[in-house]
Design a protein around this ligand. Sequence first.
Ligand code: THU
Length: 141
Amino acid sequence: MEKEFYEDLCKKALKAREMSYCPYSDFAVGAALASDDGSVYTGCNIENAAFTPGNCAERTAFFKAVSEGKRKFLAIAIAGGRKGAKVPLDECPPCGVCRQVMMEFCDPKTFEIVLARSEHDYRICLLGDLLPLGFGPGNIS
Ligand code: THU
């Protein structure tokens, strides 16, 4: 994909990060998920006083998209760091649960995970490299 595609996705992830509800960890994360039809779904982490009901930014984005009928995705940008931290942030790699959710809907050989430090500073990884030998829908068909 073009540089503009990744920069736009990083920008949207950084913007979504501003919506993070993270009073317990003070760690704010935003994500922007690109569907194959050109639409982008954003998400933030949403914590909870009971702790376990909290949701990561990546899964918020996925669940928003899937709940609106999207099933095919190209890439997700993730931006995370201490609440109020300025760019460039440190990289925020997705947790194992989020990698597994990605595995349900994305081809591990092509789906790109963009670790955003700023709009212009990012690293692109493949889902298959971050979740080697992942268990997916093909394994139970
Ligand atoms: N978190 C995310 O939203 N995405 C990640 O990739 C890593 C962690 C959230 C979960 C929790 O609300 C906070 O960051 C601290 O772990």
